[in-house]
Design a protein around this ligand. Structure first.
Ligand code: NIG
Ligand code: FE
Length: 411
């Protein structure tokens, strides 16, 4: 089955020689072709180019994209989108001045979500998460990483990971799963956090690995959550069981999380509000993708990660939604691009690189996703009639995506 998309006003992020990630100054380059075509066969991109170079193609389906742009689908490399209920009351507490840590100390935050998740059936969690997946598909996401971490006991963590497995089997999105057993300390383990870490290491990780339920392993390594030493132990065990680390780090302090992520050759370390020269030095010459979550920083009204400083140092930067019920109740990657431009002063070109190819790298998918390249999976979207690429972040707050193709099929 061949599908031809023709008369594309601008085909964005084309690559003849695909790269696995884009670093530093190169992030400002985003190659496009004006008045272009895109040819796909089954689930793959097989060709693209300017309309005038098009040969007579025998395609089964033709889509006319006059006045519309085509982009590779967003890759959202950090979400917690399997959850039960919502937490708008805490959001009001935050408006009244309570900090994220204070809310957590009162049993709110992650513990609140954990209590609700423990009481919710696997089927219900699956149905709710499928709706969220449909929502993000309609806004242009084509691949997503989903974490556990609202279980906080072995049974519920396994339940979450089984839900993610079912999502993988039932959704057209490409999905990666991340085991985040160490997301918060359950109330019954207060004062003996080490015992909970032991539980994660000795009971949870082997069970998760036995059923092959996680691609990655995560820890919330930060002030008030898990220490560097605990993170070190958990990641050591995760790696032993075949899970590549991909962790939460330096959101609340210079926690040492970046250093420990790099030590374990993490695929990414995420949040990064607290990054200084030492952390930047550590990330250079590593394979770890610095990943910033602009939605969480916006929603918690936090200090911003020094993204420009990282790019000036030659580092790549990825961005993801952090879709979760507490700190970022939105999986809209178009808004993330707007935040990238407005709050972090990134150009739209840099912001698109951060939310496609670099975020694909951050979930080990950049060989097959994250740009328009021959042989890559045909995950892309056609916009509504819009004047330019820059209009995407500029005209914020509404969905500019019209048609979505995933695995070569219009969805
Ligand atoms: O990425 N930082 C840790 N975890 C989530 C928040 C989860 C929650 O508040 O429910 C985050 O922001
Ligand atoms: Fe997170």
């Amino acid at each position: 089955m061949k599908t031809l998309i023709k008369n594309i006003k601008e085909l964005v992020q084309v690559e003849d020689n695909p790269k696995l990630k884009v670093c530093g100054k190169d992030m400002s380059e985003l190659k496009t072709i004006k008045n272009a075509y895109l040819l796909i066969e089954n689930d793959k991109i097989i060709d693209f180019g300017p309309m005038q170079s098009i040969e007579e193609f025998n395609s089964d389906k033709v889509v006319n994209a006059t006045n519309r742009l085509v982009f590779p689908s967003f890759c959202d490399s950090h979400t917690h989108l399997v959850y039960a209920g919502s937490r708008e009351i805490e959001y009001i507490d935050k408006i009244k001045g309570l900090s994220y840590e204070e809310i957590a100390e009162r049993g709110g935050g992650i513990l609140n979500s954990a209590k609700r998740l423990q009481e919710t059936s696997e089927d219900e969690l699956f149905e709710d998460a499928m709706k969220r997946l449909d929502e993000i598909i309609s806004m242009g996401t084509g691949a997503v990483e989903i974490k556990s971490g609202y279980g906080l006991n072995t049974e519920s963590e396994i339940k979450m990971l089984k839900v993610i497995k079912r999502l993988k089997e039932n959704s057209p999105l490409t999905i990666k799963s991340n085991f985040l057993g160490a997301h918060g300390v359950p109330l019954e383990y207060r004062g003996r956090q080490g015992d909970f870490v032991d539980l994660v290491i000795n009971e949870m990780i082997p069970q998760v690995a036995k059923d092959n339920l996680a691609d990655f392993i995560d820890v919330f390594c930060d002030k008030g959550f898990f220490t560097v030493n605990e993170t070190d132990r958990i990641l050591t065990q995760g790696v032993k069981y075949g899970m590549r680390p991909k962790i939460h780090a330096n959101e609340l302090d210079y926690s040492g999380g970046i250093q420990i992520a790099v030590k374990h050759n993490a695929l990414s370390c995420d949040h990064l509000e607290f990054v200084g020269d030492e952390e930047i030095e550590c990330l250079k010459n590593s394979e770890t993708m610095p990943t910033v979550l602009p939605g969480a920083a916006f929603f918690l009204n936090m200090r911003l990660s020094p993204v420009r400083k990282m790019m000036d140092a030659g580092l790549p930067v990825a961005m993801a939604s952090d879709f979760n019920p507490g700190s970022s109740p939105s999986g809209n990657m178009q808004t993330i691009v707007t935040f990238a431009c407005v709050n972090y002063r990134m150009t739209p070109q840099e912001a698109f690189n951060a939310t496609t190819i670099n975020s694909a790298y951050a979930m080990d998918l950049s060989k097959t996703h994250g740009s328009i390249a021959r042989g890559k999976i045909a995950n892309f979207y056609i916009t509504k009639e819009i004047p330019s690429l820059e209009y995407m972040p500029y005209y914020y707050g509404i969905n500019k995506v019209d048609k979505v193709f995933l695995n070569g099929k219009e969805y």
